[in-house]
Design a protein around this ligand. Structure first.
Ligand code: AMP
Length: 184
C-alpha cells in the first residue's frame, strides 16, 4: 500500500505514521526525520537544509525531491508511508511524475485534522520533551503559516483519495480511525 500522511505540525502525523508502518509492515519515510539526521551528521544536504529547518521554512524543492527520489528508487515493493512529503503543489507534481515513472499509484492520502488552538500547546510541550530547535513559539507560528499557505492546497488536489481523520483524542483512538479510514 502506498500512502501519504498530511497534517499540520503538532498533529501527531509522525507518531501515527510510525504506528501504521509497524502495523502494515511497510517503511515510514519521514522527510523531517531524514533532514534532522542529515543535519546531525553534518552532510552536504544537512548543511544546506539546516537554516530552513531552524526557521520553520520549507527546504528548497530540488533538495527534497532529490532526497525522496533516492528513497523511492530503493523501494523494495512493499509500499510506503510518506510523512511530510509532498508539502506544496510543486512537490506534489514531482511526486506524481516519479510515481507514474515507477508505476506506483498512491492508494490513500490521510489528512490528520487538528484545530489550530490545540497545535501550539502540543508543539510547545514537544519542544520541552524533545528539545527540537524548530519548536520555539515564533518558529511554530511560522510552520503553521507555511502549512496553511503551501501544504493545505495540495489536499484538494488529491480529490477522492483523501481521508480526513479527526486528530483529537488518544493515540490509540486516532490510530484506529486511521486504520478504519484506509479500509474504506
Ligand atoms: P517535520 O518533521 O515534517 O515537521 O519537518 C521539519 C522541517 O523539515 C520542516 O519545518 C521543514 O523545514 C523541513 N521539511 C520537512 N519536509 C519537507 C518538505 N517536504 N519540503 C520542504 N521542507 C521540508
Amino acid at each position: 500500500m502506498n500512502l501519504i500522511f498530511i497534517g499540520p505540525p503538532g498533529a501527531g502525523k509522525g507518531t501515527q505514521a510510525k504506528i501504521l508502518s509497524d502495523k502494515l509492515n511497510i517503511p515510514h519515510i519521514s522527510t523531517g526525520d531524514i533532514l534532522r539526521s542529515n543535519i546531525r551528521e553534518g552532510s552536504d544536504l544537512g548543511r544546506s537544509a539546516e537554516g530552513y529547518v531552524k526557521a520553520g521554512e520549507l527546504v528548497p524543492d530540488d533538495l527534497i525531491v532529490t532526497m525522496i527520489k533516492k528513497v523511492l528508487d530503493s523501494d523494495d515493493g512493499r509500499g510506503f508511508i510518506l510523512d511530510g512529503f509532498p508539502r506544496n503543489l510543486e512537490q506534489k507534481m514531482s511526486l506524481d511524475k516519479m510515481l507514474s515513472d515507477i508505476n506506483k499509484p498512491i492508494d490513500n492520502v490521510v489528512v490528520i485534522d487538528v484545530p489550530k488552538v490545540n497545535l501550539v500547546d502540543r508543539l510547545l510541550q514537544r519542544a520541552v520533551k524533545e528539545g527540537r530547535s524548530d519548536d520555539t513559539k515564533e518558529v511554530i507560528e511560522n510552520r503553521l503559516t507555511v502549512y496553511e499557505e503551501s501544504t493545505k492546497p495540495i489536499i484538494n488536489a488529491y480529490g477522492d483519495m483523501v481521508k480526513i481523520v479527526n486528530g483529537v483524542g488518544t493515540i490509540e483512538e486516532i490510530s484506529n480511525r486511521i486504520s478504519d479510514s484506509i479500509k474504506q
